[in-house]
Structures are given as C-alpha cells and as structure tokens.
Design a protein around this ligand. Sequence first.
Ligand code: ADP
Length: 564
Amino acid sequence: MTEMVRKITLSRAVRTMQDLFPLEYNFYPRSWILPEEFPLFVAELDHYIHTPLAKQLPIAVSTTGADGIWRDGRWVFSQPVPQVRMMKDSDPSWKPTFIVKPDGGCQGDGIYLIKDPSDIRLTGSIQSRPAVVQEYICKPLLVDKLKFDIRLYVLLKSLEPLEIYIAKDGLSRFCTEPYQEPTLKNLHQVFMHLTNYSLNIHSGNFIHSDNVNTGSKRTFSSILCRLSSRGADVKKLWSDIISLVIKTIIALTPELKVYYQSDIPAGKPGPTCFQILGFDILLMKNLKPMLLEVNANPSMRIEHEQELSPGVFENVPSPVDEEVKVAVIRDTLRLVDPQKKKRKDVQCQTLEHVSEANEELLDAGPADRREYGTTKSPEAGLPSLCLKQVFPKYAKQFNYLRLVDRVAALFIRFLGVKGTTKLGPTGFRTFVRNCKLSNSNFSMASVDILYIDITRRWNSMGIDHKESGMCLQAFVEAFFCLAQKKYKSLPLHEQVKSLIDFCEYHLAALDEKRLVCGRGIVERRSAVVPCQTDGLHLTPAAHTPLLNRTATATKFADYRNHRY
Ligand code: ADP
C-alpha cells in the first residue's frame, strides 16, 4: 500500500482511469511525472500559452471551478467557463500555477509552486528524487479567508471482496495566512498555500483550540455545519466525497492485488489484511472535492507538543484529534476483530444492521444515536459506529469502473509462478494464444515485438529493477493497445471492456475443456488422456463463472467471425 500511494504511482493509477473514464475521474488535478514527462509538460504548457485564445481551452482551467476533463490533448467542459476566459482576456499576463511534489515526500517536504517550467529544479536531485508536477487549484473554498484541506479516514477492510468504510467525521487543517490567488510575489508563502499541519504549526498564527469549531485544526463536521447554515448542499458534497473515495480505491486495487497474490498464495487460509488510509481532499470554491493525496500511514496522534518555556516541550491532549481518531480506531477494531469472524453470522449481521440504522439516524442528535447504540447493539455501552460502509453498499453504481481490475485478473492468471509481480515473454505469449488474440493480421512475431517494446519502455522508467519482465501497468498498456486494434471505432472503455469479455470467454471455454478432459481421465481411469495443457494453473477466469457460460456463449457467438 505504501508503494501504491506514492505520488507517482497514485498519479499513474488515476491517469489510467482518466484515460478510460475521463469524466468520472476529473477529481484529480492533471499531473505530469518528472523527469520523464518534463518535455510533455513543457509542450502542453507552451500550447496553452501560445495558441490564440479563440483556438484553445486553458489547461489549468479544470482547477478553477469548471467541471472539465482532459481529452485528446485539451480540456473539454460539461459547461462553459466564461469567468476564466474573461480573466485571461482582461489580463494577458495571467499564467497558470503548478505545484511540484517530490515522489514519496510527506508533510509538505520539498513542495514548491511554479509559474514557469524553467523554475522546476530539474538539476541534481530530481534524477535521484523523481517528482510530480500538478495543476495548482487556485480557487479553493475559504473559511475565515483561510485555505484548508480535509483529512478523511477510510478503512479498506478487504480487497477481495472489496469492502470500504468511510469515517463520518474527519479533520480540517487550516493555513495560517489569509489566502490570495498565486502571484509571483506570494508563490513562496507556505503558510498561505500549503495546509500541512507540520508546516503551519511553526507559524506564529497557529491556534490550538479545545473547541472543534475553531482554531487551525477543526472537525470536518464543524465545517459542514457552517456550510449548511449558509445554504450549501452538504448531502451532495458528501456523496461527491464518497464517490471520490470509491473511485480512487478502484484505481488502486488492480496493482494491490498483484502485490497481494505475490505475498499471500491464493486458496490458502492466510492472514487477513486491512488498512486505514488518510485521504487528503481540497474543496474548490464551487464545493467540488479534489483529491490531493492518499496516505497509507496516517498519523493517529491525539496529542500535540506545547512549548512550556523556551526549549521545554510537553505533550498535551488535542480534543479535535481525539474526537475523530479514537472513533476510527475503535470502529476499525470492531469491524476487523477476528474473534467476531469466528462467531460470524448473528453478531456481524446485527452490527451491520446497527450500522445501517445509525446511518439513518445521522441527522438525529448524538443523544439519540447513543441511545440506539446502547439498546440495540450487541456491543452495548460502546458509542455508535462512525465508519460507514460505502462498498459493496454502492457497488452497483461503481462496478462498471472496475475494468482494470479484470485486466489485472488476467495478468495474475498468466503470471504463473507464485511470488512474482512481472510477466515473462512466455506468459504473455500464452495469454495471447489462450485468448485467441493472434491471427493472420497479428502474428506471434508482432506479439513478441509488442511485449519487448512496452516492457523495455516501462523498465527504463526505473520503477522496479528487482524483477525483470512486464509489470501490470505495461500489461495494461499492451492490453489497451490490443483493444484499440481490435475494436477500432468504439470509445476506449468500450474497446477495453469488449476485449476483456472476449478474453474471459475464451479462457472460460478453455477451463471447461480442461474440466471435461479431467473428468474423462477420472471416468475412464486411464493413465494418459491427450489434453491440451500449457502449464498454467487452472483457476477459472475471475468474472466468468462456469455456470454462466451458456449466456456468455450466446453473447459471443459473433466474436468467432471477428478478425483483426
Ligand atoms: P504532502 O504529502 O507532502 O503533504 P500533498 O500532496 O498533500 O503533499 O501537498 C501538500 C499541501 O499542498 C496540501 O496539503 C495542499 O494544501 C497543497 N496542495 C497540494 N496539491 C495541491 C494542488 N494541486 N492544488 C492546490 N494545493 C495543493
């Protein structure tokens, strides 16, 4: 997980999803990976600055309030964005701002803002410390004239099946200088632009407060109350946040599953894993939540240091942290308790029931919730659950996005030997052969060239030299390439979905054939029965259960006539 949420890996994973579903994934600022995408970044910025206004849509505009998506090298908007054009029209010197973040950094470490690509510190350390350069969201929502971000806690309870919980309250971390839109003069003012607690704590303006509604760190619910009293649609905001969290986790699960299978062999009772994630979210002026980053190891401290006299520090409790974090830990333990798993059924069901009921009582006062918790919960005496299940609860709305998960299932199937995360050339060939992807227009020689080209490029990015072979992202790229070749006229996500269906169909057919062969062996008690084997393990394709084959067979009768 730590690997997955590094700035570069997260940007790549989200970008793959943006390629497939640009509108659904427009909650993540456009990002470029340094150093390898520096020329691309410069070229795209150059296009933006030098193309006549009438012919271009600004690349930084998505972060200024409009609901835009990046497609075919430009931003496309679901609604017009007059205010940005006017701003540019009236001020031709206006330039977008970008934020440079070192990969693997945290607590604002090494982060800086730029308006000019030449200000990127490309020399020296960038080679050894890659980074992400990202559009800067220059119109954030302000409270008391200050920029703030939201830290939300998310429990990834299980990867397979996917189970996600979100804490009903989080933290809002405030800057300590009044916000102004970035100019060359204020770009360096970290207390104005960066919301990190670890930075702002050093500002003379930082306010430790015992009250969750005031100070430099507040509860998110206190912000929601304030917004609600001003007439904001808080329900919509929550549903946008839930959607952002689920979509982000959907972007991360494919690669996580590859790591997971390499550590924990399938089919054996192994350790069960869970993870508490910290989601950092920025609200734009129009209340659209934007993902800043995901933390695999969020701080669970419930106290802070106070300087009693020069150089003498003492840890004092922080009521805001306590209010939010204790509930997250308590509920996580209640939900993942292995003893409870053994006792299963009745109690777990009751807990889910209580969770649902509490959700309905969200609008009721805390006293009502406490009463409900004490009278109906099997864990009488404990406060009600703060972790709200959002997946599989909303699975129906989001399952269509899980295409890369299915590509990863194909990848894992052909990895062959357990413990690896990369596919060798033979595994890739077997994938192509078993899925019947090769034909007169796409020879096995072309398959090898595709494998070598893509694998070499991904390996030259210096991501992981420990193992040789094709990583998941390279396989995904090859898969998209094959899908585009085969289903030319469709949008990318439909091309990819069609190819996944096609592959799963052929693999299911192969599995059935092997099953029949296997049965034949048993029935005839014969020593050797000719049956095509290719050394692969015989797990059925993840998304095409054998029982569904008839329907799938009908659906894919026409595929047989398809040729590249
Ligand atoms: P770190 O892991 O070092 O905290 P973040 O990605 O969280 O890195 O960035 C640090 C801070 O910078 C955030 O808390 C936020 O205040 C600000 N920030 C980060 N990305 C953006 C962005 N794209 N637009 C505006 N502000 C940003």
